[in-house]
Write a protein that binds this ligand. Structure first.
Ligand SMILES: Nc1ncnc2c1ncn2[C@@H]1O[C@H](COP(=O)(O)OP(=O)(O)O)[C@@H](O)[C@H]1O
Ligand SMILES: [Mg+2]
Length: 322
């Protein structure tokens, strides 16, 4: 087993009754990196996090976290990891500071060390001003930041964040991203799950795309986007103008043949550096006598990633048939 891997999972399987949540999941996360686990609702992300944090036993497969075997050395694993998304651990009636100190004491820090660490983390997560107020007065974003702070009290080697920004507004999302980047810069390995390509793109060094309990693609965000084909230009041709002419003009700029939608007037193709190519495209369309109702540059969405990688749309409800 390589020491440079903070997380190493082989063939993890887990079923809930007849639902196969994990179906042979493999994962390798080098130490010190931020791995984004990207997948739609129901893909198996939370189950993976629960297995890797020893909360749930897999039916099959094995994993090492922070160098220790999950099955035979669970205590060693637990001592080296942090997990967020456990609000249950926060006491509503205590202040933010008291919560952190309590969790530090439970984590076997001395009273003095727990107090010092709490102050440091409250400062880092911009909660100093609210530190001595009851948690029940906190906003959603503040709770999320306190939860993140709570998972860091004992300086985990590997931190698991299960959809850390779901339901947060943009300023809170950005603050969370900054905190995660700082942690990684300090050497913490981070596994975070997300349903959003932009979040993986912003944060992760590497991305594992999960679908139906398996990793179906793995790479840097740039490699992943290259697979999806990157940006696309979409034209809606005015009635009375030639769609065929629009297709041949767009084809000159595109990296793949343009495709027309079922209605027939919308034409769409991947174009590298779409914004830079726009002036020439518009001049060529004008020269060919093509009038447009609409023109848009589209950035790849998670749906595009899934469609490209799997040939089906994201989400268990649309692929429940097989
Ligand atoms: N406790 C459970 N009981 C039954 N089915 C579950 C349970 N937890 C998860 N599942 C099912 O397992 C699959 C994977 O779920 P989950 O790991 O939560 O995915 P994600 O976090 O990617 O949304 C889903 O089909 C989900 O409905
Ligand atoms: Mg989940």
């Amino acid at each position: 087993m390589s020491e440079a891997l903070a997380i190493e999972a082989h063939g993890l399987e887990k079923s809930y009754g007849s639902t196969r949540a994990l179906d042979g999941l493999d994962l390798e996360v080098p130490a010190g990196t931020i791995l984004g686990m990207l997948g739609p609702n129901g893909a198996g992300k939370t189950t993976t996090v629960r297995v890797l944090t020893t909360l749930l036993r897999p039916d099959r497969g094995s994993a090492r976290v922070a160098g220790y075997d999950l099955a035979s050395q669970a205590g060693q694993v637990r001592r080296r990891i942090g997990l967020t998304g456990q609000y249950a651990a926060l006491d509503e009636y205590l202040t933010g500071r008291a919560n952190l100190i309590m969790i530090g004491r439970l984590g076997k820090l001395s009273a003095r060390a727990a107090r010092a660490r709490a102050t440091e983390l409250l400062d880092r997560f911009d909660l100093s001003g609210a530190a001595d107020r009851g948690v029940k007065t906190y906003s959603g974003g503040m709770r999320r930041r306190l939860d993140l702070a709570a998972s860091l009290i004992t300086r985990p080697q590997v931190l698991f964040l299960d959809e850390p920004t779901t339901g947060l507004d943009l300023p809170s999302r950005i603050a969370t991203w900054e905190s995660v980047r700082e942690l990684a810069a300090d050497g913490t390995t981070v596994l975070l799950t997300t349903q959003h390509l932009d979040e993986a793109d912003q944060l992760a060094n590497r991305v594992a795309v999960v679908d139906r309990g398996r990793v179906i693609a793995e790479g840097t965000p740039a490699e992943l986007k290259a697979k999806v084909g990157g940006e696309r230009i979409r034209l809606t041709v005015s009635a009375g103008s030639s769609v065929a002419a629009a297709v041949s003009v767009l084809a000159r700029q595109a990296t793949e043949p343009p495709r027309a939608d079922s209605g027939g007037r919308t034409v769409d193709a991947p174009v590298t550096g779409a914004a830079r190519r726009l002036p020439e495209l518009v001049r060529d369309l004008d020269a060919a006598g093509v009038l447009l109702d609409d023109l848009a540059i589209r950035h790849p969405s998670l749906d595009d990633v899934f469609l490209t990688l799997t040939g089906h749309l994201a989400g268990p409800e649309v692929n429940g048939g097989n």
